[in-house]
Design a protein around this ligand. Sequence first.
Ligand code: AMP
Length: 630
Amino acid sequence: MSTTPELISPTFHYDSPAIVQREAGVKDYMAEYERSIADPDAFWAAEAANFTWTRKWDKVREWDGVHHKWFVGGKTNITLNALDRHAKSDRFNRVAYIWLGEDGSERVVTYGQLYRMVCRFANGLRSLGVGKGDRVVIYMPLTIEGVVSMLACARVGAIHSVVYAGLGHTALRDRITDAEAKVVIAGESGVRRGKPVPLKPIVDEAIDGLECVQHVVVVPRGTEKYEPKSAREVNYFELLKFSSECPAQEMDAEDPLFILYTSGTTGRPKGVVHVHGGYMVGTTYHLRTFFDVNPRDLFWCTSDIGWVVGNSYIVYAPLCAGVTTLFREGAIDWPDPGVAWKIVERYGVTKMFTAPTAIRMFMRYGEELPSAHDLTSLRVIACAGEPLNPEAWHWAQTYLAGDGKWGYVVDNWWQTELAAPTLGTPVTMPYRTGKAGIPLAGVVADVVDADGKPVGVNERGRLVLRGPFPHMMRTAWGDAARYERDWQQIEGAYVTGDVAIKDEHGYIAVLGRADDVLNVAGHRIGTAEVESALVSHPAVGEAAAIGIPDQLRGEVIKVFVLLRSGHNPSDALSAALIEHVRRELGPIATPSHLEFVTALPKTRSGKIMRRYLKAKETGQEIGDISTLEQ
Ligand code: AMP
């Protein structure tokens, strides 16, 4: 593998601002890291001891090189830690959430109130026969009710699977079917850019004829009234009329908490399974030590409960830590492009978690917007989801963090499979532009060649993690082999699917995926998903999808379409096909460009050579095409 000088040379070194270092909870991150690696069992046992367990574990870790278990024999329920610990103490009146709507509406929910809402709804779910191990799909806008739904499932031991409410009906149906969900909790509508986004019709289409779904709990919008449209529909508010006490179902540390579907290399979504015990311990640990969030902070996470960032850092970790979290439905630049900075100033946000695509958008709007507000409360702005380009980092560090006078912008890398930051720049350490950072506590990361041997400094290779940590995925729902494959390619290591470079300081730059997965505005989309959506249209014979670089969104999707005989290329057909993908998969997977072709480049074994299409499209070197059928 070769060095890539253009990616290495512009690295710029920036010291952690003095004020951030002074206030940081962990002053010496390397000492913390060394401790976590020297004796992982003792390290994670000490962390786990901060939580409520109804039975202590017998053994910290079991690992056979592929499967891992943590806090074996331990019993708890994550909601005992997320809710009871605060609601049943003198923290019961502490604010858990500040929720904001695009129209300026605000809801403040204390830990005591959240506890009661969750218990009521958990009793409501029990009245529908939902119990331990049942799967519940949640298709909701980013609202308090969405969070309550997740926690209520966890309370009764059901396994939730939140499906991002921007995904289309086929994507939703595939997930409901794969999880064999007994109940779907659905918002009637969401709001984006001032307009209502109807969700219920998408759910109706997704569950049409699906027998596994016994009930659809509908959350009406702007009213508590809802007339069920069929025998299986129930009004969410009818299910709140139960007792505000609901004993938590005792769960094994290894019992599944949720399934979150993500895109892999096949058309079928991958159901990543996370569990009650290790997930709770690990995600909460990194909130405190990496994001440096403590109960005195106001933490704003701009993600959505449909993504792993929202599961971990809007819901579970901040609640387990007893923190106040702000979240907001809708577009971050609506109704005006400066609204984010108004919010930071008005509420005094201290720590923020956002995505590079948002930073690039803010940069495009110009520094006048943040400069018109007092952002001096902001100590840490952490970004994840895709590479944080040096220009975007510079801009954010200058205009959002006052060039270090008050804050620090840091990158962090992880995946749905990993549940929490895995590589990152700790807030007390120097930033190196273009690099996500160093392996975080509990993580041994390496950049290797195809045989698993470490490549040299500044050489490209595959990013692998040597050994598990408590909050890593346990399996792929209904497809254990798919999970096992990621651990079986290189002995003792998990293959992340990303390509990376490690520099002489041990900082790692993550360059992108090694497989056929696209990253559009920080969201994973499989080329196979887009292609199968296209091929499901009667005019399409074959299709290939590639990602092409985009200044704002990181990557956008371009598709190449081979029509079936009897169909002719036209602008109208192109628009219809793009709309078809949007309906099937949702707005985030909508192709930006479509080209009709008369042939697709294929290998001799018949596989579409996307790499060839991509290289031609972006003007890169085509590389080895010896397997291309001429
Ligand atoms: P997801 O599972 O949807 O969170 O997507 C995870 C993928 O996003 C990773 O495998 C990377 O390809 C990419 N990614 C996430 N964070 C970063 C980052 N900080 N730098 C570069 N790529 C990232």
